[in-house]
Structures are given as C-alpha cells and as structure tokens.
Design a protein around this ligand. Structure first.
Ligand code: ADP
Ligand code: ZN
Length: 729
C-alpha cells in the first residue's frame, strides 16, 4: 500500500538482502512509476500473479510501524467511511512517525567516575572550575551535560577536560521529550466507592475479563465517573493490560491529566494532544509502541495509540461531537474505539451525563451494558434552574436586551457576595433561522420538524433534509409583528453590554477564536480561578469539565440558538448544553443557580433540562426520531458535492441521486435530495447535499461504494461522504 489515496495494493518482490528486515507493517520505499514512493507492507505472499515485479528499495525504521490489528482497523474504516484505506492509515499514524525524519533526541550525558581525595584536592587548586563541576556531579548519579553546565555555571571545555582525565564519563542518551516530565504530583489512593459506583466498576471489570459489549455509564456531573475509570484502569494494569482514555480536546487540561498521574505514580502516562511538538509526538508514540507506557490519555486520534496489550478504552463525554473528525476520513472515535476493542478483544467504557441518543438507545436495546449514577457523590444538590421567558421581557423592556431584569438582579446578588459568574452564549446557528423576538416564532419545515434555513441569495427558506421550499414572510406569520428578524448576537456584543450594566465588575470574554492561543486560554482560566475576574463570558468552550468552586451563578443568554440549528439533533444539543452548563454551577460549598433566558420556554429540551431529567428527554425525543425515522432509529449518510460552478455541483448531485435511487431499493433505504447545503457556499465552492437514511447500513454503504466507483465526478467537482454525520451543515 503506497502513500497515495488509490485504495489499492501493489505487489513487490523482496530482495534477498531485505529478507530479514521486511515484515508485515514495515515502512518501505518502493519504485512507483518514474519515482519513489513510500508505503507499508500489508501482506506477505510466496508468489504473485503479476509478471515483472519491481523490488522493494529500502526498509525505513527498525520495527514495523503498522501493527496487524491497526491495519485491520483501518481497513474497516476505509470500507465503513467510504474512504481510501491509505487515508485511514494516515490518520492512524502521526505524521512524524510516518515520515521518520525525526528520531529520538540524543544528548550528551555525564556520569561521575572515581577520583582520589588527593587528586580532588589538587584539582581544586589547579582547576577550581572543574572541581566545582565535579563536586556537583558527584552528588547525583549523572545528568545531561547541558544541565550540569547550568548548575555549575561553566562551559563545555570544562566538562571535556574532566572526561579526558577520566574523572567523568560522557555518553549519548535519549532525552525523553515528555511535556510533563519531571513534574511531581501528590499521590492519590483509590476512594471507597458508593454502591452505584461499585456496580458500575463491576461491569467494567467484567468487561475487561471477558469483553462482550460496551459499558455505558450514565452519571450526572460529579457522580464519580472519573473515579470509576481510575479503578478500572488499575484493574486492567493488574491483568497486565493497557488502557486508553479518550477525552474531548477541550477537556484535556492539566487538571484532568493530574488526576491520572496522581493515581498511577509509578506508571509512565502518555498524553497525546494536538499541541505536542513533532519531537514530543515521536517520543510518546514510540514509548507506547515499545511497551513503556501502559496508560494513554488523549483526544480523538489517541484511539489509534499503538499500545501492545489493549485491555480497556474509556471514552469520557462520549456524546461529544468533537470525537467526529470533520475531514476525510470522517470517523467517529467512539465508534472506531468500539471496533478496535472488538478486534483486539478489549473492554469499552463510555461515560456521560447526557449520553448520545444513539448510545442510550443501544443500552436500552441491550447492545450496551448500562450503569447509572443518578446522584452526586457528595450528595450535593443539582443547581436550581430558572427559566426566563424572553418574550415577556421584550414586552416589558420594550425591546430586546441582552440581559433580562432577573438575570441582572441575580448577577448583582452574586457580585455583592464576592462570588463568580459565568455567562454563556451559544454562538452557533448565528442568523440561519427566521425568528420573531415578539412571540418566539421560528420558521420550521412542515415535513421534518427542523427549522428552515434562510438562503439569502435565493430569498428562500429551505429544508435540507427533504427539500421543502418556503417563501420568506414579511411579517411574523404568528403575531404579525413586522420587527421579525434573523437573530444573531456575538460574545463581543454581550461582553460590552455586561460591562455597561456592571461598570465595576471585572468582565472577561473567552471564545473559540482564543483556542488558537493556548497560553491566553490558560491565563484567562488561571485568572478566573484565583478570583481576578468576576464575570466570564464565553461560548461552548467554558461549558466543559472545568471546576470552579466559587462559581455560583451560570447564566445562559440565549438558549434557543442551538434549538434552531437546521439539524434534527438541535433539541439534543440544547439539552446537552444546558445540563453541562448547569454542571458548572455550585461545585463548591454554596448551592448553585442557573438562569436560562429563552424565547421558547415550553420546548422539551429546556423543560427536561430544568428537571435534570435525561430519561424524560430521551423518551420524548426518541418518539420524534421514531416517527421520522431519524437516527438512532436509522443511520444517515450525507453526501456533499462541491464546485466553483453551482450548476456543475448541482448537476453531479442530481446524477448521483438518480444512480443511488436506482441501486438502493426503497425497502433498503431512502435517498433524498439534492438540496443546497445549509452552508451553500464555502470558500467560493457551491455545495449540494444528498441524504441517505437506512436501517441496512452495510448494504447501503456497499451500493454507495459501487456507485462512487462507477460514477466519477468531473474534474472541477469534488464530493465528500459523511457516514453517521454529527453535523449537517
Ligand atoms: P465525574 O467524573 O462524574 O464528574 P468525579 O469522578 O470527578 O465525577 O467525582 C467528583 C468528585 O467526587 C471528585 O472530587 C472526586 O474525587 C469525588 N469522589 C468520587 N468518588 C468518590 C467516592 N467514592 N468517595 C468520595 N469522593 C469521591
Ligand atoms: Zn423537510
């Protein structure tokens, strides 16, 4: 298999000189056409049906990079996600490992030798600098030369002379680029579990012994899920098995990692995140592959960590959309984890306070084992959630203000007590839906119960699931108000309006644009933690895992935004968001309060979130999905065609739709479309979507692959296939 997305394998002869070196999974250089390409050995055979085989040129690296299990996993990914297997391999192996340009970093290491007291006395007189360096070194078992130079405040020649005299030895040693190396943590010991925790742990341990099905832990924030993960990992370690813990990138904070390091003091815990330098990534990967690290924590791509004896994969916050990669291969790390565990006979533990409907559905149907932790460990109450009807506010305040009077009063009360406030704004869904600030009316599709998307160019309201076309009304169809508008409000506007209302408060904004500057992000959180900020205003990113005991009030400025995304999961997203945000309030001694501003206070997502009632929400939502045959009742595949020419993009989407309709019988699946994508034009590319809904996913994927193989898009049209999409934009 060569590093080109050809989805093909090629035969090469192994020259006798390389007979030993070439193994399954080896990285090799081979002649390919007129040039040389790199690739992997993915199979060994005694003979080939091809005449005139070329020979493998060279083997790169000492050990094979691609284990047979990971190879099997990437083959599954290629098939399931309809992408060339080479692409799957590419995301399974970090670039620095594939390219093999960087190696271990070797540095000069110096160890103390023998010296008689007389010689030392002489040295002190004649070369005091050398003597001082030697004395410092003698207090240790040895150290890197650069470190000794620093400690002894001296230069290279000094150490060289010591070596020449035989008083010290210099050698090359690997300097492990561990970003956390040298940090010390207070040790922690396993806690005595509550009954609910114990039951959950028993399920996990049973699965480690004998993997049968994934375990889903549904536990409210603070119910002690992490403690269960820790004890399950410990159990796996005792059986000589390795663990991978996946957390959303945004939760991969030092505090998270610290809990694991503190528990497993004498284990090398590897952390894989997107911020590692190439050198660090190289070292971590090889350390894992060589069996020196038995616990790996990381974001999405850590699902491919090359542990040798996989026993357990934990997926925390399993409902998180960031587990889905939004470029090809569009895989979901949760589902890849489940497949990897199946291949390697390992346990999978999914945890969340708001499981994805897909996961809970699987648990209800007995495909997953379910453990529930309905209460917080310390028996703290869940925070009180107050719902503010913004339609009333608009009437009372004669217009739309960012903050309702009740929220202003609540913030003032907290500021007076020197407590902290988080204000949360969900910026997604910005001005894509038609919305009346008077009565809360939102234009929905008559067939699909998703909100219609406003297409400015065509001045139309479209449903991109079924293709329904509506006109844009001048006045609100419900209350006939002409101030009807497209909603949209950014964090900046919110920040300035808050500063105006509370001129003395220290207000700080934090949104996703800042994620690109990690230091700033950490600085702000640090300042907030030590109380230098009174009110933190932000998007999604402050809704996750952070623990601030002094935050007693969380305000949600506009809870409806996610609700009106042109996506059938809008309600689910809103519910998850509200519950998660609520989890930020009152994690200290003081009881927390959540204030939710909404134009649609009656919506299920908001009402069930208020009661912290996941099961209630699940049951009402699943009814709606059942009726319309949406996931988890069926599976979705979204195909997007893209082109600089909108007619070409549309034309190919139409051809694709016809071909798919021919190949997929109605009894197997529904082919809908094409419709313009909600983001109809991105970077000058027009986009159209074809939607497949099916309860026979493997057959439909097969038909789709055949279609794509026979119907190639013209040169200036590209297509993207998204199996199990999590976002339909
Ligand atoms: P979750 O991951 O579900 O949010 P955590 O595992 O972080 O919950 O637990 C919340 C808090 O309760 C943590 O401070 C943790 O140390 C503590 N905790 C967890 N389990 C126990 C237990 N069995 N006994 C006492 N404290 C516990
Ligand atoms: Zn529709």
């Amino acid at each position: 298999m060569v590093d080109l997305a050809l989805d093909r394998e090629f035969d090469y002869r192994i020259p006798p000189a390389l007979a030993e070196a070439v193994q399954l999974g080896s990285r090799v250089a081979v002649p390919f056409g007129k040039r040389t390409a790199q690739g992997y050995v993915v199979g060994l055979a005694d003979s080939s049906t091809y005449p005139n085989l070329k020979e493998i040129g060279e083997v790169i690296g000492k050990k094979p990079l691609l284990g047979d299990k990971i190879l099997e996993l990437t083959r599954w990914m290629g098939k399931y996600y309809c992408c060339p297997v080479e692409l799957a391999v590419k995301c399974a192996l970090p670039e620095v490992v594939r390219k093999a340009k960087i190696s271990w970093k070797e540095r000069q290491f110096v160890t103390p030798g023998k010296i008689s007291p007389e010689d030392l006395a002489k040295l002190k007189k004649r070369a005091p600098k050398q003597a001082r360096a030697l004395e410092i070194l003698q207090k240790s078992e040895g150290m890197f030369v650069f470190k000794l130079l620093k400690l002894a405040d001296t230069d290279d020649p000094t150490v060289k002379k010591l070596a020449e005299k035989g008083y010290v030895q210099i050698s090359d040693q690997v300097d492990d680029r561990d970003p956390f190396g040298g940090e010390v943590f207070l040790p922690s010991t396993p806690l005595t579990l509550t009954d609910d925790q114990r039951k959950a742990l028993e399920l996990c341990n049973a699965a480690i012994d004998k993997p049968e099905k994934p375990v889903l832990i549904h536990g409210v924030t603070g119910s002690g899920k992490t403690e269960i993960y820790l004890q399950a990992i410990e159990y796996a370690l005792h059986q000589g098995k390795d663990s991978i813990v996946l957390v959303p990138e945004i939760s991969l904070t030092p505090q998270t990692v610290e809990r694991f390091r503190a528990r497993f003091q004498n284990q090398q815990i590897t952390v894989l995140h997107s911020n590692l330098s190439a050198g660090e990534r190289h070292d971590q990967w090889h350390k894992i592959r060589d069996g020196q690290s038995h616990i790996v924590i990381g974001a999405r791509s850590a699902v491919f960590a090359p542990v040798q004896a996989l026993g357990l994969i934990v997926i925390d916050e399993e409902h998180e959309t960031s587990y889905k990669q939004e470029e090809a291969p569009r895989y979901n790390a949760r589902d890849v984890a489940i497949m990897r565990a199946k291949i390697e006979r390992a346990a999978v533990v999914l945890g969340s306070a708001t499981p994805a409907l897909e996961s809970f559905y699987n648990a209800r149907r007995g495909r997953y084992a379910l453990a529930s932790l309905p209460t917080r460990v310390d028996n703290q109450k869940m925070p009180i959630m107050r719902i503010i009807d913004m339609r009333q506010e608009v009437i009372r305040q004669k217009g739309w203000h960012v903050l309702s009077r009740k929220l202003v009063a609540a913030i003032q009360a907290r500021l007076d007590k020197n407590e902290q406030v988080i204000l949360f704004l969900n910026r997604r869904g910005y001005s894509t839906h038609l919305f009346c600030p008077k009565c809360g009316y939102v234009a929905n599709c008559p067939n699909c119960s998703v909100s219609l998307t406003y297409h400015r160019k065509a001045m139309q309201l479209l449903c991109h699931l079924c293709g329904h076309v509506g006109t844009v009304p001048k006045n609100c169809p419900e209350c006939h108000d002409p101030s009807f508008r497209f909603s949209g409000m950014g964090t900046e506007k919110v920040e300035s309006s808050i500063q105006k209302t509370f001129p003395k408060a220290r207000v700080q904004r934090m949104d996703s644009d800042m994620m690109t500057r990690k230091t700033l992000y950490r600085e702000i959180l640090g300042a907030f933690r030590v109380g230098k900020i009174d009110i933190l205003v932000g998007t999604q990113m402050i809704a996750k895992g952070l623990h601030f005991p002094n935050v007693t009030l969380v305000g949600i400025i506009h809870a409806d935004m996610a609700l009106h995304l042109p996506d059938f999961r809008a309600g689910e997203r809103t519910f998850q968001l509200l519950v998660q945000v609520a989890g930020r309030a009152g994690r200290g001694d003081v009881e927390g309060e959540v204030v939710v501003q909404t134009f649609t206070p009656h919506k299920e997502a908001i009402q069930f979130a208020r009661q912290h009632d996941f099961i209630g929400f699940y049951e009402s939502e699943i009814e709606f999905r059942e009726e319309l045959k949406y996931p988890p009742i069926s599976r979705l595949i979204c195909i997007t065609t893209r082109s600089r020419s909108d007619t070409k993009a549309l034309f190919f989407a139409e051809a694709l739709t016809r071909e798919l309709q021919k190949r997929i019988p109605r009894t197997q699946g529904i082919v809908a479309g094409p419709t313009p994508a909600p983001l109809a034009k991105v970077q000058n590319q027009y986009r159209f979507q074809v939607m497949l809904r099916t309860q026979h996913i493997m057959q439909v994927i097969e038909s789709l692959s055949q279609t794509l193989a026979s119907l190639k898009p013209p040169a200036d049209v590209s297509i993207a296939v998204d199996v199990d999409p999590v976002s339909l934009l």
